[in-house]
Design a protein around this ligand. Structure first.
Ligand code: NAD
Length: 484
């Protein structure tokens, strides 16, 4: 059985830790192993990353960084079919989702390769003979902690700007998808020009290494993607060293359907927006808000669409809804589905399918109408195929409902009226608002949260900000005489 390794001291090794099991969530079978890293190994490697940053050439070599990122992109593209198969096997997502994830990661690497050579500062003449130079320096050693739900792109969207900026990097990967992490990173670690100590990577099932990264005085910035609960723990752990944090956290995305939205295309968009990776995406539509004049027809049609989805393993070409990450999450979502009727009218009752699919972590979709804003179905991130539908009276009511959670990651507005949609986007407390679509993320466009969905931005030019510090260097020379 394949066993994922950790990368330290410039080589991949199983180390001294115990092997852990990675399952295939489509059938519950053991699919691979990972190597539980030891805290000592992690601390040694953090020291090596510090050394490489403080004394190596990496932080001062933008052209080398560009070349490494371009080669990384080419290697990832070349190994995409192999990584795609493991992504489907270990994560459960559909093949087309895995393919899209890797292609986006390749594009992201190329985008930041270009930016590595565009780290411009500025110089201002403050007064006669007085100059302020503002330079953009790499922030230092970056800790990157990522979850399992999109282990390729979520790693790359932090790693690419960190490397482009000139940081060295310590990675903590999710154990469920450790082998995908290794295969992705091999595309970097195999590059001959990569200086030693620039990158290291660990897997653990617990949180000891994650906490060590948050608390280490040798790490300057953390780029974390994961739940809001863990983000708060990291912020607390990092407070002792006051390190900089970029937190990409949970979401509870509302989709507001205005009365003029065309029903058929809107339903297609809502289903696609709600159930990428079986609903295990931070930005996925979790709440559908529909005007009362069109509520019943929309709810019935949406339930019908959700009910018609083909459930099956990610590698099957016909599958439209794959499994959840594991059986514990299947059982959690099945309980939420079973309890839904206590919270409102159930338009579609989901649960664990019977037959061969019952071996896997599959849950069929549920659609429940909820009006009580304090309900956990509205307030909590459920992270699976339990979708909430809500009625609103007018646009003010829709905005108030949409903004009534502590999350603020993503939202969408569905309307034929561009101006009305734009006006609503302005009112939504959300890092991203899509019009008549959902989940469109690009290397060029910044993404991130408001409120408890986090802070900092990834993707885009601003994605570099977390990994750069601005330094002011001031000098004076003889004032120059006034020319008359
Ligand atoms: P999680 O917070 O449980 O774990 C994420 C990572 O943090 C894992 O690698 C885990 O091992 C590590 N970790 C756990 N406890 C830690 C600690 N105390 N200190 C340091 N590291 C620790 O999240 P999850 O369940 O694996 O992932 C799903 C969550 O991620 C959802 O809430 C989802 O919305 C969120 N997410 C957010 C984005 C975004 O861009 N905002 C993207 C993807 C996923």
């Amino acid at each position: 059985m394949e066993r994922a390794k950790n990368y330290l001291d410039g080589m991949w090794s199983v180390g001294t830790g115990q092997p852990g099991i990675c399952i295939n969530p489509a059938n519950g079978e053991h699919a691979a192993q990972y190597s539980e890293a030891s805290l000592d190994d992690a601390l040694t490697a953090i020291g090596a990353a510090r050394q490489a940053f403080d004394h190596g050439a990496w932080s001062r070599s933008p052209r080398l960084r560009e070349a490494v990122l371009l080669e990384f992109a080419a290697n990832l593209q070349a190994r995409a079919p192999e990584i795609e198969r493991w992504l489907v096997t270990l994560n459960g997502k559909l093949t087309r989702e895995a393919r899209g994830e890797i292609a986006t990661a390749v594009s992201e690497l190329r985008f930041y390769a270009g930016l590595a050579r565009n780290l411009w500062g500025r110089v201002a003449e403050i007064d006669n003979g007085c100059y302020s130079q503002l330079s953009r320096e790499p922030a230092g050693v970056a800790g990157i902690i990522v979850p399992w739900n999109a282990p390729v792109i979520l790693l790359i969207r932090s790693l690419a700007p960190a490397l482009a900026a000139g940081c060295t990097v310590v990675i903590k990967a999710a154990h469920q998808t450790a082998l995908v992490n290794q295969l992705t990173l091999e595309c970097l670690t195999s590059i001959a020009g990569l200086p030693s100590g620039v990158v290291c990577s660990f897997t653990e099932s617990g949180a000891d290494i994650g906490r060590a990264i948050s608390q280490s005085p040798h790490i300057d910035v953390i780029s974390f993607t994961g739940s809001s609960a863990t983000g708060k723990k990291i912020a607390a752990d990092a407070s002792g060293t006051l390190k900089r944090l970029s937190l990409e956290l949970g979401g509870k995305a509302p989709a507001i359907v205005l009365p003029d939205a065309p029903l058929v295309s809107t339903l297609t968009g809502l289903v696609a927006g709600a159930l990428p990776m079986a609903g295990q995406q931070c930005t996925a539509i979790a709440r559908v808000l529909v005007h009362e004049s069109r509520f019943d027809e929309t709810a019935a049609a949406l339930a019908e669409r959700l009910n018609s989805l083909v459930i099956g393993p990610g590698h099957e070409p016909n599958s439209q809804l794959g499994p959840l990450i594991d059986h514990a999450n299947r059982d959690r979502l099945a309980r939420l589905a079973a309890e839904a009727s206590q919270h409102g009218k159930v338009w579609l009752q989901g649960g664990v399918p019977t037959g061969p699919l019952s071996q896997g972590a599959f849950v069929s979709p549920t659609l429940v109408e909820v009006s009580d804003l304090s309900s956990k179905y509205i307030q909590e991130e459920l992270f699976g195929p339990v979708l909430v539908i809500e009625r609103y009276r007018d646009q003010a009511d829709a905005i108030a409902r949409a903004n009534a959670t502590r999350y603020g990651l993503a939202a969408s507005v569905w309307t034929s009226d561009r101006a009305a949609g734009q006006a609503m986007a302005r009112e939504l407390k959300s890092g991203t608002v899509w019009m008549n679509t959902h989940n469109k993320l690009f290397p060029e466009a910044e993404t991130g949260g408001f409120r408890e969905s986090g802070y900092g931005r990834l993707h885009g030019v601003e994605g570099l900000n977390d990994f750069l510090s601005t330094k002011h260097v001031y000098w004076e020379s003889q004032p120059i005489g006034v020319v008359r």
